[in-house]
Design a protein around this ligand. Structure first.
Ligand SMILES: Cc1cc2nc3c(=O)[nH]c(=O)nc-3n(C[C@H](O)[C@H](O)[C@H](O)COP(=O)(O)OP(=O)(O)OC[C@H]3O[C@@H](n4cnc5c(N)ncnc54)[C@H](O)[C@@H]3O)c2cc1C
Length: 405
């Protein structure tokens, strides 16, 4: 195979790694470029962690599921709580999806563990040329190839050739900017505060994954496997809040104690603030350059859809690139990738995560009451619960995308 018969993938995040592994499984070579090196790859801030059933099926296809399952928590049930009423509103059980998926549960397993395991697999695969400590800077494309310019370890510049280039660089994608593709949407004015705590919230009736509505301070509460086991609590902040002041230990302590009073201090393991965007790129492809994952769409993490839908992009794209590289299909397949995955990003991921935020932050008591009644009714009716779970776990989005020609 010529060098130009490989795919250049920028970014060894979950999307870039899954794409490289899915291509390699079918004998398609790639060059995977990642700015971080072995010494700092695992230092990334806490992000995604809830992996939906359809994503687990995809991880299983490349042999990744069995590596991450022991490092995560199998969670069939998730909860909606109303903090102002101090009540469990609804418990949704993925058992309703037992005929829709081989994995009727989510796996609570953080992004960092997934990329750590996937990177080990990529490094061991002869068809993936992993370049760590290599920063992608620009690219050009001709009628039959792309040339990526990178700055490698010790600042050595290099030009890497391939047939296609895929941006798995995340939200700040250079490729998207170089192509002048608009990132349509908006950024929420308020940031979200994430606190990592070593405390078992299950003793108060919480599930491994909880969405908690409140007219003043909504939150999310998630459990991660240790040792020691940790929980992640999300709270909203005000746009004018001073980031340092709201992350002082005593302020975090007070916030947690107000959320759930308990004797003694919480053991706080860390905190960070993140900005939330709702944006979708106007195009996912321009010639031989293709966007996937956060470089193509970013959304609120409420509902756990960013990484999941990015991984779904990776597998959709892999299937199309495999057929193209084998001369079984032409490049119109890549336009279909754009039509399918852009539809999902707008109509499913973005629409649903915006709805989720509105649901949790709703202030009007009458609407809150109506929302709670609807959630309760849905969770209690097996048919409605299945329909709800098909949407929340993104299975419906995949089925709908398949119908798009
Ligand atoms: C607090 C929080 C919680 C979240 N929770 C969830 C959740 O529960 N479930 C979910 O589905 N999603 C969640 N998300 C979203 C999720 O983290 C992202 O959607 C996902 O990580 C995107 O994957 P990616 O591979 O596209 O990009 P990234 O994960 O951003 O990876 C990009 C990679 O590219 C590398 N890179 C960037 N630029 C360059 C360059 N120029 N040269 C070389 N390498 C480069 C980076 O170092 C990085 O390794 C959450 C996000 C946040 C902020």
């Amino acid at each position: 195979m010529q060098q130009s018969d490989r795919v250049i993938i920028v970014g060894a995040g979950p999307v870039g790694l899954c794409l490289a592994l899915a291509l390699a499984q079918e004998g398609i070579r790639s060059c995977l470029i990642e700015a971080l090196g072995d010494d700092n790859f695992l230092d990334q801030i806490p992000r995604a962690g809830t992996n939906h059933p359809a994503t687990l099926e995809m991880f299983d296809r490349i042999g990744l599921y069995r590596k991450i399952e022991p490092r995560g928590i199998i969670a069939p049930i998730f909860h909606y709580w109303d903090r102002s009423e101090n009540e469990l509103v609804a418990a949704f059980d993925h058992v309703h999806l037992e005929h829709d998926t081989r994995f009727p549960y989510v796996l609570q397993c953080e992004r960092i563990k997934i990329v750590e395991e996937a990177l080990k697999m990529a490094k061991a695969h002869p068809d993936i040329d992993v370049r760590l400590e290599t920063t992608f800077t620009s690219f050009e494309q001709t009628a039959d190839k792309v040339i990526a310019r990178v700055s490698g370890p010790v600042g050595k510049d290099e030009a890497i050739e391939g047939r296609y280039i895929v941006s798995g660089e995340g939200a700040r994608s250079i490729i998207r900017k170089d192509l002048d593709i608009e990132f349509e949407g908006f950024t929420y004015a308020d940031r979200t505060l994430n606190i990592e705590v070593a405390y078992d919230f299950r003793r108060h009736g919480y599930a491994e994954r909880n969405y908690i509505s409140d007219p003043v301070e909504w939150s999310n509460l998630f459990h991660w496997k240790g040792p020691p086991d940790r929980w992640r609590v999300h709270f909203p902040t005000q746009p004018e809040d001073d980031p340092d002041a709201i992350q002082r230990v005593e302020v975090l302590q007070a916030r947690l104690q107000a959320f759930l009073p308990k004797p003694g201090d919480y053991e706080i393991c860390g905190s960070n603030l993140y900005t939330v965007h709702q944006r979708v790129a106007k195009k996912f492809r321009s010639g031989r350059a293709i966007l996937a994952g956060d470089s193509a769409h970013v959304n609120s993490p409420i509902g756990a859809m960013g990484m999941n839908s990015g991984v779904h992009d990776a597998f959709n794209l892999a299937d199309k690139l495999i057929r193209i590289m084998r001369n079984e299909a032409d490049e119109r397949e890549l336009d279909r990738y754009e039509r399918q995955r852009r539809h999902v990003a707008i109509k499913h991921t973005q629409a649903q995560t915006m709805r989720n935020k509105r649901l949790l932050a709703e202030r009007d008591p009458a609407i809150r009451k109506r929302n709670n009644e609807e959630l309760r009714r849905t969770a209690e009716d097996p048919k409605l619960a299945r329909a709800f779970l098909l949407r929340s776990s993104l299975i419906e989005s995949l089925r709908e995308a398949e119908q798009i020609e």
